[in-house]
Design a protein around this ligand. Structure first.
Ligand code: ADE
Length: 225
């Protein structure tokens, strides 16, 4: 999958995706991060990409033209003219695992990272197909939100996680249940013992215990799920 990311901080995006599982996925060609620097499309030689808001008020607004030109530049590198163009914004629909699953079926996605007070409304009307928020709080810019989305989508792509089944069983994948607790060596840590059933070798009982734990945790920790 190709992620085209329109950003004022391309290094932040490239650097953050170059480690661990995403770094390996990129090396293996499973994902590609095309970070496009909006400032390269600035309206003047001072690299201006923002201006004060019409009507007055505090803060700056990102100008439409540099974003539009960065978008056209990314489109030229894309084979999917109808790709989703997502603006990361606290005004968007809150990202869910269901939405992540839907996005993982795309071949390419374009992500727009805002700063300051946000984007000129007209660029949103002109090119954005959906607005997505990563939660009900406000970030200093869209990059961390784009990275969250890239991470959550990438790990669903075939071959990105080590074992194909390693995300079959986990929190939210299975009937909106949280995952059961996990334990590894040693059998006793600070006086806390691993639940006996996990040491029993009785696979059916272990499965049953894990299912019960899943249900109990979901009720207790995330009743809204
Ligand atoms: N930009 C600023 N805050 C954000 C949020 N909560 N989600 C997505 N993008 C944002």
């Amino acid at each position: 999958m190709i992620f085209h990311v329109l950003t004022l901080f391309p290094e932040m995006v490239k650097e953050s995706t170059s480690h661990s599982i995403l770094g390996r996925a990129e090396k293996a060609g499973l994902i590609q991060i095309n970070a496009v620097n909006i400032r390269d499309f600035a309206v003047n030689k001072h690299g201006q990409v923002d201006d004060s808001p019409y009507g007055g008020g505090a803060g700056m607004v990102m100008m439409a033209q540099p974003i539009y030109d960065a978008y056209q530049h990314a489109l030229k590198q894309s084979k999917s003219p109808t790709l989703p163009v997502i603006y990361l914004s606290p005004q968007g629909k809150v990202l869910t695992q269901q939405k992540v699953r839907e996005l993982s079926a795309e071949k390419e996605i374009m992500l727009i990272c805002g700063h300051y007070e946000g984007l000129d409304e007209r660029i949103i009307e002109e090119i954005v197909t959906e607005e997505i928020s990563i939660g009900d709080y406000v970030l200093t810019g869209g990059e961390p939100a784009a990275l969250v989305l890239i991470d959550a989508v990438s790990r669903l792509l075939s071959g990105v996680l080590g074992k194909e089944e390693s995300h079959q069983n986990e929190s939210f994948s299975h009937e909106n249940l949280l995952e059961h607790p996990h334990y590894t060596r040693p059998p006793v840590f600070m006086g806390r013992e691993v639940p006996e059933v996990l040491l029993s070798g009785h696979h059916a009982k272990i499965e049953e215990w894990r299912r019960e734990q899943s249900a109990e945790r979901t009720r207790r920790k995330r009743p809204g799920l």
